[in-house]
Design a protein around this ligand. Structure first.
Ligand code: SF4
Ligand code: SF4
Length: 454
């Protein structure tokens, strides 16, 4: 790794402000891609994180002078399209806007480039249709749950089968990924129908933003989270906000994302003002609430978006704050079932707030010997499940599974359930959300009545 000598940016106000006129201007974006790609090529620190950097470096090194300025627009778009928004690079980059005048933030620049592709017609009609359908995650999830019998016949068809390939052609959802089943009883329905829980001496109050994955598919994560939180004296309610909008943002559909951001900030800010913090059990979605809404809501809603960002926590992060604070305490009386060795997969979405190791530390308190690794399965949010991400996700998930296998764990714990699902395609091992493992360790888990394999 060498220290890059490339030109500093003109300033982040243009680079990362979607309201700026130049945000989606093609020549401005391409110049910025050139500048940042040159910095990354001189630095090379992130070469092992994903397929994006090796592809970029290979394209640059095809030219004798190693000048990123000689990449064609097609070369640039290939690099941009391979980024899965894992944030591993920006989490460890010493040249981010907060740290250095070079102002490098590759995932945010990729979001800008995707928005430029969408606005200038580079994105194909087919990709726009797929993005639109992924962008209606609540409608799809609600329908899947309401008709779970039929939907699950499709979802549970063998990866690569005729049915899955047909569905992939129609919807753009990968034919090869293992998909979680839809649950007839949604997470919020389970929450509303269960017996009322009275908490004597509350230590906190949260609204659970379940994410579309937990609301419609892996509802056991949400149920275990609520049980673990209530055992620790945290009053729970559920958010009226819908899907975070990651698929629209990642596809570059800024109009749709802005509508979602406005709707969700209104609901979440009102919930936060009622005195609750916001807990999100999927780090990719939590990052949208913390980082993206502020830039995409109208100026008059910015304070509300900042309030939402400040009050949003990851599931393990909130519990570890409880454990570390002087005036609150985590119940460490774990008498249930524990795994001996757990490999925890740290998320790049939690590094910037120093929460990357909170799941590891929580699982250690629950009695497991935990090894922490970093990596991405190539699927960070539902948008990663699209068919044209297959090649990248295959390679990254396989790579992650190989690294996990070297640690010989009894279970894998990734905060992102898409990583757990991807790992279980490659390894015959339980891959669970940390809240599921902690609930087991307390002996209060939902796992007896749930199928964790899918
Ligand atoms: S993202 Fe930052 S740390 Fe990574 S290669 Fe680029 S300049 Fe280096
Ligand atoms: S966000 Fe992840 S996939 Fe994208 S360039 Fe950075 S490390 Fe690679």
């Amino acid at each position: 790794m060498t220290t890059p000598s490339s030109t500093p940016s003109a300033g982040p106000s243009v680079g990362f402000d979607p309201r700026h006129d130049a945000y989606v201007d093609e020549s401005t974006v391409r110049n910025e891609l050139t500048r940042v790609f040159q910095v990354c090529h001189e630095c090379r620190r992130c070469e092992s994180y994903c397929t994006t950097f090796p592809s970029l470096f290979e394209l640059i090194e095809r030219r004798d002078d190693h000048d990123a300025g000689r990449l064609t627009p097609l070369d640039q778009d290939l690099v941009v399209d391979s980024c899965v928004q894992c944030n591993l690079c920006s989490a460890s980059c010493p040249y981010t806007p907060a740290l250095h005048e070079l102002q490098v933030d590759v995932p945010r620049l990729v979001l800008r480039a995707k928005a430029m592709q969408h606005a200038t017609g580079i994105t194909s009609w087919r990709s726009k249709v797929v993005a639109r359908s992924f962008g209606h995650a609540d409608l799809i999830g609600w329908t899947g749950s309401a008709a779970s019998g039929l939907a699950n016949r499709v979802v549970s068809a063998a990866p690569g089968s005729f049915v899955r390939r047909l569905v992939a052609r129609i919807t753009g959802v990968s034919a090869n990924r293992r998909l979680r089943l839809y649950r007839a009883e949604r997470f919020t329905t389970w929450f509303d129908n269960r017996p009322r829980v009275l908490i004597g001496n509350p230590q906190g109050a949260v609204t659970v933003f379940p994410t579309c994955l937990v609301e419609y598919r892996n509802t056991a994560i949400g149920a275990d989270l609520v049980k673990v939180y209530e055992r620790n004296g945290i009053e729970c309610s559920t958010s009226s906000a819908g899907c975070c909008g990651a698929p629209s943002l990642h596809a570059g559909d800024l109009d749709r994302f802005a509508k979602i951001a406005k709707r969700n900030v209104k609901a979440l800010a009102s919930e936060a003002r009622s005195g609750t913090d916001i807990v999100v059990p999927q780090p990719g979605c939590g990052a949208i609430l913390r980082s993206a809404y502020v830039d995409h809501v109208p100026a008059k809603m910015r304070l509300d978006a900042e309030l939402v960002a400040a009050r949003t926590y990851d599931a393990s992060e909130y519990l570890m704050r409880l454990h570390r604070a002087d005036d609150t305490a985590l119940d460490t009386d774990f008498r249930g079932e524990t795994f001996d060795r757990v490999t925890s997969v740290g998320s790049g979405h939690l590094t910037d707030r120093h929460a990357e190791f909170d799941s590891r530390d929580l699982l250690r308190l629950a009695g497991a010997r935990v090894e922490q690794i970093r990596g991405t399965s190539g699927i960070e949010t539902p948008w990663g499940l699209r068919a044209d991400n297959d090649a990248v996700a295959d390679e990254l998930a396989e790579r992650l599974a190989r690294r996990i296998a070297t640690t010989s764990p009894d279970a894998v714990a990734a905060d992102g359930d898409f990583a757990n699902a991807a790992v279980s395609e490659h390894l015959d091992i339980e891959a669970l959300h940390p809240m599921q493992i902690v609930a087991r360790a307390y002996g209060i888990s939902e796992h007896a009545r749930r199928d964790h394999k899918r």
